[in-house]
Structures are given as structure tokens and as C-alpha cells.
Design a protein around this ligand. Structure first.
Ligand code: ATP
Length: 236
């Protein structure tokens, strides 16, 4: 088991938005979490990443309890978040954005190997290394956001809506590159998506989140053909 989340609750002020979530992922696994707008998907990832406080429950990662650890410590344990809306630093070059992703690392050799991995995976970034990130297209910025997270040398990548605002073609490209990283580098992933079709296609297992609670889970190929999922996400 790589990560196990048990009975996780989180709130904004007095309003609880996660009502006791249980999920787990094995090493090498890609999990997807699908659910409508406002279901709590982003909050779940932020709570795992230590950005939002859990009010109760536990997050166990590689046998250690990381619940409510500081977010930089969580990065050091090997969990990296690619936030929603691909927040790159627009006034910094692509290269500097990537270097910032490795801020927790000391080993120069490792940083160089990670940079090589990112530039091999996303050759478009290599062509634009000295360009300001703000001048990249939406798809290129998403590649940069993923690349920056990979520069932290994660064993678990948390991806928040990588398809947001991208064309179907670009979404396909990002998903296949991310899947390549998963299979070649054994980086596990938890992917949150409103694009249920892509998420189910791409992941090994899926959890369905509704109003802050998991209402269904299983192998993605099975969840995909569940009548309730078909009705809710694929118009019957
Ligand atoms: P979306 O796909 O629209 O991003 P989501 O499933 O990721 O939705 P969350 O962003 O986790 O959902 O939001 C869950 C609930 O928490 C929503 O009702 C939202 O309005 C509320 N919420 C999110 N962030 C905050 C915040 N910073 N302060 C107060 N309420 C918030």
C-alpha cells in the first residue's frame, strides 16, 4: 500500500466539505476521482498535500502518518501536487519554473536526471526553455506544471483536473504523456477530473465522489459501465 486515507474530514470555516473519505492506492497505481462541480475533489487533493487542514481522519503514506504535516514536508516525503489551473510563474522562464520544482532536493545529479526526464517526456518544453512561462500555450503550461511537479522526484503525483481548458486533442496528448511517466517511472498518481471519460480511460481504479462522500469505487473498466455512472456522466 502506498497511501491510505481513512475517515478524512475537512472544512472551510464551519462548512464541512469532506465527510469521512476512505481511499487507498497501491504502488504504481493510477487512481481517478470523478465527481461533479463542488463535490470536494480539489479539497481532497489539497488535504493530502497539506494545503488544507484535515479536521479528523488519517492519511498514511508509506506506513507513516502525514495528516496535517506542513506542505513542504509532504513534498519531501515524495508527494507532489499539480494544482488546478496550471499555476506556473508567468514571468519566469520555463527553465526557472522547472528548477523551482526541485527546491527540496540537494543532489545535483538527481536534479539533472529529473530535468532530462522532464525534457525527454515533454520535448516542447526543451524548445522553449528560455521563454517566459506566461507566453506558453495552455497545453504547454499544463506540461510545465506537470514537469515542475516531477522535478520534486515524487513517488505519488496528485493531478488536479489536467484537462481543464484544453482542447480534446491536447487533453489526449497530456494524458498519454502522463501515463507514459506512470508506466516507465512507476510514479503513482491520483487524478481528479470532471472529464469522467478521460479519467476512466486512463486510470486503473476510480472513486466517485458526490457531495463530499465516496459513493462508488472499483476498477475503472467496471465503473465505466455502471448504469448510475453512465446516466450521470455520459447522459445514459
Ligand atoms: P471543481 O471541480 O468545481 O473544482 P471540486 O469537486 O474540486 O469542484 P472543491 O473545489 O473541493 O470541489 O470544493 C468543494 C466545496 O468547498 C465547494 O462547495 C466549494 O464552494 C467549497 N470551497 C472550496 N474552496 C473553498 C474555500 N477556500 N473557502 C470556502 N469554501 C470553499
Amino acid at each position: 500500500m502506498l497511501i491510505k486515507v481513512c475517515g478524512l474530514r475537512a472544512a472551510y470555516g464551519a462548512v464541512e466539505v469532506l465527510h469521512g473519505i476512505d481511499i487507498e492506492a497501491d504502488r504504481g497505481e493510477v487512481l481517478s476521482i470523478i465527481g461533479a462541480n463542488g463535490a470536494g475533489k480539489t479539497t481532497l487533493l489539497k488535504t493530502i498535500a497539506g494545503v488544507v487542514r484535515a479536521t479528523s481522519g488519517e492519511i498514511i503514506y508509506e506506513e507513516k502518518k502525514i495528516t496535517n504535516e506542513r506542505s513542504d514536508r509532504i513534498v519531501r516525503t515524495g508527494i507532489a501536487l499539480v494544482p488546478e489551473g496550471r499555476r506556473v510563474f508567468p514571468d519566469l522562464t520555463v527553465r526557472d519554473n522547472l528548477r523551482l520544482g526541485a527546491y527540496t532536493l540537494r543532489n545535483r545529479r538527481l536534479k539533472k536526471d529529473l530535468l532530462d526526464l522532464v525534457l525527454e517526456t515533454f520535448p516542447k518544453l526543451r524548445e522553449r526553455l528560455w521563454q517566459h512561462a506566461g507566453t506558453l500555450s495552455g497545453g504547454e503550461q499544463q506540461m510545465l506544471a506537470v514537469g515542475r511537479a516531477i522535478m520534486a522526484n515524487p513517488r505519488l503525483l496528485l493531478l488536479d483536473e489536467p484537462s481543464m481548458g484544453l482542447s480534446p486533442l491536447m487533453t489526449q496528448e497530456i494524458f498519454s504523456l502522463v501515463r507514459k511517466i506512470n508506466s516507465e517511472k512507476a510514479i503513482s498518481m491520483i487524478l481528479v477530473e470532471q472529464n469522467a471519460h478521460m479519467a476512466l480511460e486512463f486510470s486503473h481504479r476510480t472513486y466517485v465522489l458526490e457531495n463530499g462522500a465516496i459513493v462508488m469505487s472499483g476498477e475503472s473498466s467496471k465503473v465505466k459501465s455502471d448504469p448510475a455512472v453512465l446516466a450521470a456522466y455520459f447522459g445514459g
